[in-house]
Design a binder for this molecule. Sequence first.
Ligand SMILES: Nc1ncnc2c1ncn2[C@@H]1O[C@H](COP(=O)(O)OP(=O)(O)O)[C@@H](O)[C@H]1O
Ligand SMILES: [Mg+2]
Length: 391
Amino acid sequence: MDPVANPYRPGAGRRPPILAGREPLLAGFEVVQRRAEERGEGERGWVLNGLRGVGKTVLLTEMLDRASRAGWIAAKAEAGTEPLPLTLSRSLVRAMRTATGRHPERRLKRLLGVFKAFSLKVEPSGAVSLGVDVDPIAGIADTGRFADDLASLFEVLGETARALGTGVLVLVDELQEAAASELAAINVAVHNLGQADPPLPLAFVGAGLPSLPAQLAEATSYAERLYDYRPVGLLDEAASRDALVLPSRQLDVDWDDEALSLALETARGYPYFLQAVGKHVWDNARRSPIDPDDVRLGLIEAQREVDDGLYRSRWERATPAQRDLMRALADLAGDTTASISEIAAALGKTKTSHISVARNELIKKGLVYAPDRGLLAFTVPGMHDFIARQP
Ligand SMILES: Nc1ncnc2c1ncn2[C@@H]1O[C@H](COP(=O)(O)OP(=O)(O)O)[C@@H](O)[C@H]1O
Ligand SMILES: [Mg+2]
């Protein structure tokens, strides 16, 4: 089939042609939006947690789009590469600049002034430019203590949005990469929003690996009740079918039943894999309907793409000792979890402490995580399969 028309989009953060199976979550977000707009009231923050490649980033992008289209002050940041205060401040600048084009300047004056003081604390060079001439307002969000300043800034953002009949959306991707003190600051700021009566209409959504809820809870004890935790998992059979079939149908291309079953069986509901399979099957297909032969050829290339794009770099980053641990985990757990003591035993160690260096390094590299105390699992689905294929 014509590769130029190929509708599928494998790759990190690349928006799928059909965002399959996420209707319940997006319906929930619609409620958050309407409560903010119609009642000036905010909900608890959300935490989207799930393995790599399940579609967290594209969900955040979808929310950002919806909120921006509705005229919200909406910002998306990514933790990890730079300190969170800086990343957040920069993404908020963009959101604020859009807002100034949409709302009367005098009604944004206080917010802009407070934000300017906040951002000058974070980035004293004053590199941020709001695109309008405002004087910083001292004494509200510029103590230099990030937790306090963020709480004050969120408060002014929420108050401004309420007065304008709109909402604020703050999204942070890869939140598991943030330092514990940064997570604590977010918890404080989100907690503070909820204490207004009614809670201010600022929606916070953080996304990250399955370890994120535990990290937030470790940062401040009340985090467990602070957020609405929304695990983002593999797609069920019907959603997986939609992800493959609907994009091609829009281009008058069908899949025959056997071809579709074969593709679904291989992708096992993993969104990244579904896009890779769709893409390569499409490129290898000769005509509509797509038949099992097309799929068999496409699967070989899809496998290669996922191996190279996802698994191999992870495997190659690991030292021999870390690889031994991963092999043991793959044998024992597959796509589920194994206990540290089982793994240690499988490696012939008498104590779990003998593998703790390798374990900690692998967690730091983001290859495995601890779903619960004493347990271990891979951060990407299908890693065990890849490892089984390695010499
Ligand atoms: N609901 C979905 N339906 C179909 N494909 C999806 C869906 N969610 C994500 N994808 C695809 O999966 C891949 C990974 O998405 P991404 O958002 O980067 O995952 P994560 O942020 O969880 O690692 C992308 O190619 C994307 O197009
Ligand atoms: Mg992502």
